[in-house]
Design a protein around this ligand. Structure first.
Ligand code: PLP
Length: 423
Protein backbone atom coordinates (compact mmCIF):
# COMPACT_ATOMS: atom_id res chain seq x y z
CA UNK A 1 0.00 0.00 0.00
CA UNK A 2 1.33 3.42 -0.90
CA UNK A 3 0.14 6.98 -1.26
CA UNK A 4 -2.37 6.97 -4.14
CA UNK A 5 -1.86 10.67 -4.72
CA UNK A 6 1.83 10.09 -5.41
CA UNK A 7 1.30 7.14 -7.80
CA UNK A 8 1.74 7.44 -11.54
CA UNK A 9 -0.90 6.08 -13.94
CA UNK A 10 0.69 2.65 -14.34
CA UNK A 11 1.02 2.20 -10.60
CA UNK A 12 -2.57 3.26 -10.07
CA UNK A 13 -3.80 0.93 -12.81
CA UNK A 14 -1.98 -1.99 -11.17
CA UNK A 15 -3.38 -1.02 -7.76
CA UNK A 16 -6.90 -0.86 -9.18
CA UNK A 17 -6.55 -4.32 -10.71
CA UNK A 18 -5.34 -5.72 -7.38
CA UNK A 19 -8.26 -4.10 -5.56
CA UNK A 20 -10.75 -5.48 -8.08
CA UNK A 21 -9.41 -8.97 -7.44
CA UNK A 22 -9.81 -8.50 -3.68
CA UNK A 23 -13.27 -7.03 -4.18
CA UNK A 24 -14.34 -10.07 -6.24
CA UNK A 25 -13.23 -12.36 -3.40
CA UNK A 26 -15.60 -10.48 -1.08
CA UNK A 27 -18.38 -10.70 -3.64
CA UNK A 28 -17.91 -14.45 -3.86
CA UNK A 29 -18.60 -14.77 -0.11
CA UNK A 30 -22.27 -13.89 -0.58
CA UNK A 31 -22.22 -11.52 2.41
CA UNK A 32 -25.33 -9.95 3.91
CA UNK A 33 -24.10 -7.17 6.17
CA UNK A 34 -25.73 -3.95 7.29
CA UNK A 35 -24.12 -0.84 8.75
CA UNK A 36 -26.94 1.47 7.67
CA UNK A 37 -29.16 2.29 10.61
CA UNK A 38 -28.23 3.06 14.19
CA UNK A 39 -29.88 0.16 15.91
CA UNK A 40 -28.73 -1.60 19.09
CA UNK A 41 -27.80 -5.24 18.67
CA UNK A 42 -29.87 -8.07 20.22
CA UNK A 43 -27.43 -8.42 23.15
CA UNK A 44 -27.97 -4.81 24.10
CA UNK A 45 -31.73 -5.23 24.14
CA UNK A 46 -31.35 -8.44 26.18
CA UNK A 47 -29.82 -6.27 28.91
CA UNK A 48 -33.22 -4.68 29.53
CA UNK A 49 -35.45 -7.77 29.49
CA UNK A 50 -35.91 -7.73 33.30
CA UNK A 51 -37.98 -4.62 32.75
CA UNK A 52 -40.80 -6.85 31.50
CA UNK A 53 -40.95 -8.93 34.68
CA UNK A 54 -42.80 -6.22 36.55
CA UNK A 55 -46.44 -6.79 37.35
CA UNK A 56 -47.31 -4.18 39.98
CA UNK A 57 -48.71 -1.11 38.31
CA UNK A 58 -49.54 1.01 41.34
CA UNK A 59 -47.73 4.35 41.09
CA UNK A 60 -45.98 6.15 43.94
CA UNK A 61 -49.09 8.32 44.28
CA UNK A 62 -51.26 5.22 44.61
CA UNK A 63 -52.88 5.60 41.18
CA UNK A 64 -53.28 2.75 38.69
CA UNK A 65 -50.84 3.16 35.77
CA UNK A 66 -53.01 0.85 33.68
CA UNK A 67 -55.78 3.39 33.38
CA UNK A 68 -56.28 6.67 31.52
CA UNK A 69 -54.90 9.89 32.97
CA UNK A 70 -51.79 11.99 33.53
CA UNK A 71 -51.26 13.12 29.95
CA UNK A 72 -47.96 14.82 30.82
CA UNK A 73 -46.62 11.53 32.14
CA UNK A 74 -46.36 9.72 35.47
CA UNK A 75 -44.77 11.89 38.11
CA UNK A 76 -42.00 9.35 38.76
CA UNK A 77 -41.23 9.23 35.02
CA UNK A 78 -41.07 13.03 34.87
CA UNK A 79 -38.65 12.94 37.79
CA UNK A 80 -36.46 10.36 36.05
CA UNK A 81 -36.27 12.31 32.77
CA UNK A 82 -35.79 15.61 34.65
CA UNK A 83 -32.74 13.98 36.25
CA UNK A 84 -31.43 12.88 32.83
CA UNK A 85 -32.09 16.27 31.16
CA UNK A 86 -30.95 18.37 34.16
CA UNK A 87 -34.26 20.29 34.43
CA UNK A 88 -37.26 20.40 36.81
CA UNK A 89 -39.92 17.64 36.70
CA UNK A 90 -42.61 20.26 35.95
CA UNK A 91 -40.71 21.02 32.75
CA UNK A 92 -40.89 17.44 31.50
CA UNK A 93 -43.54 15.78 29.34
CA UNK A 94 -43.23 11.99 29.08
CA UNK A 95 -44.65 10.44 25.92
CA UNK A 96 -44.84 7.15 24.09
CA UNK A 97 -42.17 5.04 22.49
CA UNK A 98 -40.81 7.59 20.02
CA UNK A 99 -39.21 11.00 20.45
CA UNK A 100 -39.28 11.43 16.68
CA UNK A 101 -43.07 11.29 16.83
CA UNK A 102 -43.06 14.04 19.50
CA UNK A 103 -40.89 16.18 17.22
CA UNK A 104 -43.25 15.54 14.31
CA UNK A 105 -46.23 16.47 16.51
CA UNK A 106 -44.62 19.75 17.57
CA UNK A 107 -43.78 20.74 13.99
CA UNK A 108 -47.36 19.81 13.14
CA UNK A 109 -48.69 22.05 15.94
CA UNK A 110 -46.55 24.91 14.64
CA UNK A 111 -47.81 24.26 11.13
CA UNK A 112 -51.50 24.02 11.91
CA UNK A 113 -51.94 26.35 14.90
CA UNK A 114 -48.61 28.14 15.48
CA UNK A 115 -47.22 28.68 18.98
CA UNK A 116 -48.39 31.35 21.46
CA UNK A 117 -45.74 33.76 20.11
CA UNK A 118 -46.58 33.08 16.44
CA UNK A 119 -47.90 35.94 14.27
CA UNK A 120 -49.63 33.17 12.24
CA UNK A 121 -49.48 29.38 11.83
CA UNK A 122 -46.32 28.24 10.07
CA UNK A 123 -48.42 26.91 7.18
CA UNK A 124 -49.30 30.52 6.31
CA UNK A 125 -45.65 31.55 6.00
CA UNK A 126 -45.14 31.07 2.30
CA UNK A 127 -41.34 30.86 2.35
CA UNK A 128 -41.01 29.03 5.66
CA UNK A 129 -37.52 27.71 6.33
CA UNK A 130 -35.76 25.49 8.85
CA UNK A 131 -32.03 25.36 9.56
CA UNK A 132 -30.35 21.99 9.16
CA UNK A 133 -26.80 21.57 10.46
CA UNK A 134 -25.02 19.27 8.00
CA UNK A 135 -24.27 16.48 8.03
CA UNK A 136 -27.28 15.71 10.21
CA UNK A 137 -30.08 13.24 10.92
CA UNK A 138 -32.07 12.40 7.79
CA UNK A 139 -35.35 11.81 9.67
CA UNK A 140 -35.23 15.33 11.18
CA UNK A 141 -34.84 16.82 7.74
CA UNK A 142 -37.63 14.61 6.38
CA UNK A 143 -40.14 16.01 8.90
CA UNK A 144 -39.61 19.65 7.94
CA UNK A 145 -39.38 18.75 4.26
CA UNK A 146 -42.77 17.02 4.51
CA UNK A 147 -44.30 20.20 6.00
CA UNK A 148 -43.01 22.26 3.09
CA UNK A 149 -40.12 24.06 4.80
CA UNK A 150 -37.14 25.01 2.72
CA UNK A 151 -34.22 23.18 4.33
CA UNK A 152 -31.28 25.55 4.79
CA UNK A 153 -27.93 23.84 5.36
CA UNK A 154 -25.55 25.16 8.01
CA UNK A 155 -22.10 23.60 8.25
CA UNK A 156 -21.22 21.59 11.38
CA UNK A 157 -17.92 22.05 13.18
CA UNK A 158 -16.49 19.96 16.02
CA UNK A 159 -18.01 22.61 18.38
CA UNK A 160 -21.50 22.46 16.88
CA UNK A 161 -23.15 24.31 13.99
CA UNK A 162 -21.25 27.34 12.66
CA UNK A 163 -22.82 29.91 15.00
CA UNK A 164 -21.68 32.95 13.02
CA UNK A 165 -23.85 31.70 10.17
CA UNK A 166 -26.76 30.63 12.43
CA UNK A 167 -26.87 33.98 14.26
CA UNK A 168 -26.74 35.97 11.04
CA UNK A 169 -29.49 33.95 9.33
CA UNK A 170 -31.92 33.91 12.25
CA UNK A 171 -31.39 37.61 13.01
CA UNK A 172 -32.26 38.61 9.45
CA UNK A 173 -35.02 36.28 8.31
CA UNK A 174 -38.36 36.00 10.16
CA UNK A 175 -39.34 33.10 7.89
CA UNK A 176 -36.73 30.87 9.55
CA UNK A 177 -38.82 29.12 12.19
CA UNK A 178 -36.38 26.73 13.77
CA UNK A 179 -33.28 24.57 13.75
CA UNK A 180 -32.58 20.88 14.24
CA UNK A 181 -29.81 20.11 16.72
CA UNK A 182 -28.29 16.92 18.13
CA UNK A 183 -26.08 18.61 20.72
CA UNK A 184 -24.42 15.63 22.29
CA UNK A 185 -22.60 13.04 20.21
CA UNK A 186 -24.28 14.41 17.09
CA UNK A 187 -25.72 12.13 14.47
CA UNK A 188 -23.63 11.43 12.42
CA UNK A 189 -20.31 13.12 13.38
CA UNK A 190 -20.39 12.32 17.10
CA UNK A 191 -19.53 15.94 18.00
CA UNK A 192 -20.66 17.57 21.25
CA UNK A 193 -21.58 21.24 21.12
CA UNK A 194 -19.23 23.48 23.09
CA UNK A 195 -20.40 25.51 26.10
CA UNK A 196 -19.96 28.63 23.97
CA UNK A 197 -22.20 27.27 21.21
CA UNK A 198 -24.92 26.42 23.76
CA UNK A 199 -24.67 29.91 25.28
CA UNK A 200 -24.99 31.48 21.84
CA UNK A 201 -28.11 29.40 21.14
CA UNK A 202 -29.58 30.52 24.47
CA UNK A 203 -29.09 34.21 23.85
CA UNK A 204 -29.19 34.74 20.09
CA UNK A 205 -31.61 37.28 18.65
CA UNK A 206 -34.14 35.85 16.23
CA UNK A 207 -36.24 37.80 13.76
CA UNK A 208 -39.04 35.23 14.16
CA UNK A 209 -40.74 35.63 17.57
CA UNK A 210 -41.75 31.96 17.32
CA UNK A 211 -38.33 30.54 16.46
CA UNK A 212 -37.90 27.06 18.01
CA UNK A 213 -34.78 25.07 18.74
CA UNK A 214 -35.44 21.35 18.36
CA UNK A 215 -32.70 20.11 20.70
CA UNK A 216 -32.59 16.36 20.28
CA UNK A 217 -30.68 14.77 23.17
CA UNK A 218 -31.03 11.29 21.65
CA UNK A 219 -27.50 10.41 22.82
CA UNK A 220 -27.32 12.30 26.11
CA UNK A 221 -26.13 9.26 28.12
CA UNK A 222 -24.54 7.29 25.28
CA UNK A 223 -20.91 7.66 26.27
CA UNK A 224 -18.28 5.52 24.55
CA UNK A 225 -15.43 6.44 26.89
CA UNK A 226 -15.05 6.65 30.67
CA UNK A 227 -15.41 10.40 30.34
CA UNK A 228 -19.01 11.32 31.19
CA UNK A 229 -19.38 14.50 29.14
CA UNK A 230 -21.90 16.91 30.66
CA UNK A 231 -22.79 20.19 28.94
CA UNK A 232 -24.83 23.23 30.05
CA UNK A 233 -28.58 22.56 29.82
CA UNK A 234 -30.05 24.70 27.03
CA UNK A 235 -33.43 25.21 28.73
CA UNK A 236 -31.75 26.52 31.90
CA UNK A 237 -29.32 28.70 29.96
CA UNK A 238 -32.15 30.19 27.87
CA UNK A 239 -34.00 31.30 31.01
CA UNK A 240 -31.13 33.68 31.78
CA UNK A 241 -32.07 35.61 28.62
CA UNK A 242 -35.85 35.19 28.80
CA UNK A 243 -35.69 32.85 25.81
CA UNK A 244 -36.92 29.63 27.44
CA UNK A 245 -40.00 29.37 25.21
CA UNK A 246 -37.83 28.84 22.15
CA UNK A 247 -36.47 25.52 23.46
CA UNK A 248 -37.82 22.02 23.00
CA UNK A 249 -35.45 19.34 24.25
CA UNK A 250 -36.12 15.69 23.44
CA UNK A 251 -34.80 12.33 24.48
CA UNK A 252 -35.91 8.70 24.65
CA UNK A 253 -34.85 5.33 25.95
CA UNK A 254 -34.83 3.88 22.43
CA UNK A 255 -31.11 3.17 22.67
CA UNK A 256 -31.15 2.52 26.40
CA UNK A 257 -33.83 -0.18 26.61
CA UNK A 258 -35.80 -0.98 23.42
CA UNK A 259 -36.04 1.13 20.24
CA UNK A 260 -39.48 -0.26 19.51
CA UNK A 261 -40.85 -0.10 23.03
CA UNK A 262 -39.06 2.58 25.00
CA UNK A 263 -40.23 5.87 26.50
CA UNK A 264 -39.72 9.38 25.09
CA UNK A 265 -39.72 12.81 26.71
CA UNK A 266 -39.76 16.54 26.04
CA UNK A 267 -38.28 19.22 28.27
CA UNK A 268 -39.59 22.76 27.79
CA UNK A 269 -40.65 25.84 29.76
CA UNK A 270 -43.70 25.51 31.99
CA UNK A 271 -45.55 27.93 29.74
CA UNK A 272 -44.76 25.83 26.62
CA UNK A 273 -45.79 22.77 28.66
CA UNK A 274 -49.26 24.22 29.25
CA UNK A 275 -49.62 25.00 25.56
CA UNK A 276 -48.53 21.60 24.25
CA UNK A 277 -50.67 19.77 26.82
CA UNK A 278 -53.67 21.74 25.62
CA UNK A 279 -52.96 20.70 22.02
CA UNK A 280 -51.96 17.10 22.80
CA UNK A 281 -55.06 16.58 24.97
CA UNK A 282 -57.21 16.71 21.85
CA UNK A 283 -55.07 14.05 20.20
CA UNK A 284 -54.55 11.55 23.04
CA UNK A 285 -55.93 10.86 26.54
CA UNK A 286 -52.64 9.57 27.94
CA UNK A 287 -49.57 7.67 26.79
CA UNK A 288 -48.49 4.17 27.86
CA UNK A 289 -47.91 4.71 31.57
CA UNK A 290 -47.40 1.01 32.27
CA UNK A 291 -44.27 1.24 30.16
CA UNK A 292 -43.28 4.49 31.87
CA UNK A 293 -43.58 2.81 35.27
CA UNK A 294 -41.65 -0.29 34.17
CA UNK A 295 -38.88 1.97 32.93
CA UNK A 296 -38.72 3.96 36.17
CA UNK A 297 -38.63 0.81 38.30
CA UNK A 298 -35.89 -0.67 36.09
CA UNK A 299 -33.68 2.38 35.53
CA UNK A 300 -34.50 4.22 38.81
CA UNK A 301 -32.60 7.48 38.25
CA UNK A 302 -29.80 9.01 36.18
CA UNK A 303 -27.22 6.98 38.08
CA UNK A 304 -29.15 3.83 37.20
CA UNK A 305 -29.31 4.89 33.56
CA UNK A 306 -25.56 5.51 33.47
CA UNK A 307 -24.85 2.13 35.10
CA UNK A 308 -27.01 0.46 32.46
CA UNK A 309 -25.29 2.38 29.67
CA UNK A 310 -21.92 1.16 30.95
CA UNK A 311 -23.10 -2.36 30.08
CA UNK A 312 -23.94 -1.23 26.53
CA UNK A 313 -20.55 0.42 26.27
CA UNK A 314 -18.77 -2.88 26.90
CA UNK A 315 -20.35 -4.29 23.76
CA UNK A 316 -20.17 -1.18 21.61
CA UNK A 317 -16.58 -0.05 22.13
CA UNK A 318 -15.00 -3.08 20.37
CA UNK A 319 -17.31 -2.51 17.37
CA UNK A 320 -16.34 1.17 17.07
CA UNK A 321 -12.67 0.24 17.58
CA UNK A 322 -12.87 -2.37 14.82
CA UNK A 323 -14.04 0.24 12.31
CA UNK A 324 -11.42 2.79 13.34
CA UNK A 325 -8.63 0.20 13.30
CA UNK A 326 -9.59 -0.92 9.79
CA UNK A 327 -9.63 2.70 8.60
CA UNK A 328 -6.27 3.39 10.23
CA UNK A 329 -4.58 0.30 8.82
CA UNK A 330 -6.11 0.35 5.35
CA UNK A 331 -6.75 3.98 4.51
CA UNK A 332 -4.05 6.09 6.17
CA UNK A 333 -1.23 4.45 4.14
CA UNK A 334 -3.02 5.44 0.92
CA UNK A 335 -2.51 9.16 1.60
CA UNK A 336 -5.15 11.83 1.93
CA UNK A 337 -8.03 9.86 0.40
CA UNK A 338 -10.37 9.83 3.40
CA UNK A 339 -10.78 11.07 6.95
CA UNK A 340 -13.24 10.14 9.71
CA UNK A 341 -14.54 11.22 13.09
CA UNK A 342 -13.54 9.66 16.40
CA UNK A 343 -16.73 9.94 18.48
CA UNK A 344 -16.67 9.85 22.26
CA UNK A 345 -20.27 8.69 22.24
CA UNK A 346 -23.39 8.16 20.18
CA UNK A 347 -24.07 5.65 17.46
CA UNK A 348 -22.12 6.72 14.39
CA UNK A 349 -18.79 7.45 12.72
CA UNK A 350 -18.68 9.89 9.82
CA UNK A 351 -16.42 8.79 6.98
CA UNK A 352 -15.46 11.50 4.50
CA UNK A 353 -14.01 10.07 1.29
CA UNK A 354 -12.38 11.93 -1.59
CA UNK A 355 -15.03 14.27 -3.05
CA UNK A 356 -17.03 12.65 -5.84
CA UNK A 357 -16.55 9.12 -4.48
CA UNK A 358 -19.17 8.53 -1.74
CA UNK A 359 -21.98 7.32 -4.01
CA UNK A 360 -19.61 4.97 -5.80
CA UNK A 361 -18.35 3.57 -2.47
CA UNK A 362 -21.91 2.91 -1.27
CA UNK A 363 -22.73 1.27 -4.63
CA UNK A 364 -19.67 -0.97 -4.52
CA UNK A 365 -20.48 -1.98 -0.93
CA UNK A 366 -24.05 -2.80 -1.85
CA UNK A 367 -22.98 -5.01 -4.77
CA UNK A 368 -20.78 -6.97 -2.40
CA UNK A 369 -23.54 -7.43 0.21
CA UNK A 370 -22.86 -4.52 2.60
CA UNK A 371 -25.68 -2.02 3.03
CA UNK A 372 -24.70 1.49 4.09
CA UNK A 373 -26.99 4.49 4.58
CA UNK A 374 -27.40 6.01 1.12
CA UNK A 375 -24.60 8.45 0.30
CA UNK A 376 -25.90 11.98 0.77
CA UNK A 377 -28.69 11.04 3.16
CA UNK A 378 -27.21 13.15 5.96
CA UNK A 379 -27.86 16.26 3.84
CA UNK A 380 -31.12 18.07 3.01
CA UNK A 381 -32.82 16.55 -0.02
CA UNK A 382 -30.21 13.74 0.15
CA UNK A 383 -27.77 15.95 -1.74
CA UNK A 384 -24.23 16.03 -0.43
CA UNK A 385 -22.68 18.81 -2.53
CA UNK A 386 -19.27 17.16 -2.20
CA UNK A 387 -20.46 13.54 -2.63
CA UNK A 388 -18.02 12.75 0.15
CA UNK A 389 -19.90 11.72 3.28
CA UNK A 390 -20.85 8.24 4.48
CA UNK A 391 -22.49 7.50 7.83
CA UNK A 392 -21.17 4.34 9.42
CA UNK A 393 -23.31 2.60 12.05
CA UNK A 394 -21.29 -0.14 13.75
CA UNK A 395 -23.78 -0.97 16.52
CA UNK A 396 -26.12 -3.60 15.12
CA UNK A 397 -23.86 -6.27 13.54
CA UNK A 398 -21.77 -8.70 15.61
CA UNK A 399 -18.10 -7.85 16.12
CA UNK A 400 -17.08 -10.43 13.48
CA UNK A 401 -19.46 -8.86 11.02
CA UNK A 402 -18.23 -5.34 11.80
CA UNK A 403 -14.65 -6.49 11.14
CA UNK A 404 -15.55 -8.05 7.79
CA UNK A 405 -17.73 -5.09 6.81
CA UNK A 406 -14.96 -2.60 7.67
CA UNK A 407 -12.41 -4.50 5.59
CA UNK A 408 -14.76 -4.58 2.64
CA UNK A 409 -15.61 -0.90 3.10
CA UNK A 410 -11.91 0.04 2.97
CA UNK A 411 -11.44 -1.90 -0.26
CA UNK A 412 -14.44 -0.12 -1.75
CA UNK A 413 -13.08 3.29 -0.70
CA UNK A 414 -9.68 2.55 -2.20
CA UNK A 415 -11.19 1.17 -5.40
CA UNK A 416 -13.54 4.15 -5.85
CA UNK A 417 -10.65 6.56 -5.28
CA UNK A 418 -8.37 4.68 -7.72
CA UNK A 419 -11.14 4.79 -10.33
CA UNK A 420 -11.63 8.52 -9.73
CA UNK A 421 -7.93 9.29 -10.03
CA UNK A 422 -7.73 7.34 -13.27
CA UNK A 423 -10.87 8.83 -14.80
N1 PLP B 1 -33.04 11.38 17.14
C1 PLP B 1 -31.85 10.96 16.67
C2 PLP B 1 -30.74 11.94 16.56
C3 PLP B 1 -31.68 9.65 16.27
O1 PLP B 1 -30.48 9.27 15.79
C4 PLP B 1 -32.75 8.74 16.36
C5 PLP B 1 -32.62 7.35 15.91
O2 PLP B 1 -31.66 6.95 15.31
C6 PLP B 1 -33.97 9.21 16.86
C7 PLP B 1 -34.09 10.52 17.24
C8 PLP B 1 -35.17 8.32 16.98
O3 PLP B 1 -35.62 8.40 18.28
P1 PLP B 1 -36.91 7.64 18.78
O4 PLP B 1 -36.67 6.18 18.68
O5 PLP B 1 -37.06 8.10 20.19
O6 PLP B 1 -38.07 8.08 17.93
Amino acid sequence: MANYLAMNRDELTAEKAALEAEYKKFQAKGLKLNMARGKPGPHQMDLAMDLLKMNDYTTDAGTDARNYGELEGLQEARVLFADVFGVKPEEVFVGGNSSLQLMYNLVNIGYVFGFPESPCPWSQVEKRKFLCPVPGYDRHFAITEEFGFELVSVPMTPNGPDMDIVEKLVAEDPDIKGIWCVPQYSNPDGYTYSDETIERFAKMKTAAPDFKIFWDEAYIVHHLTDEIIETPVLLNESKKYGNENRVFMFTSTSKITFPGAGVSAIACSESSMKYICKRFSVMIISYDKMNQLRHVRFLKNKEGVLAHMAKHRRRLVPCFDAVKTAFKNNLIPCGDIAHWTDPKGGYFISLYVMPGCAKRVAGLCKDAGLTLTGAGSAYPYHKDPQDSHLRIAPTYPSLDEVETASELLCICVRLAVAEKLLA
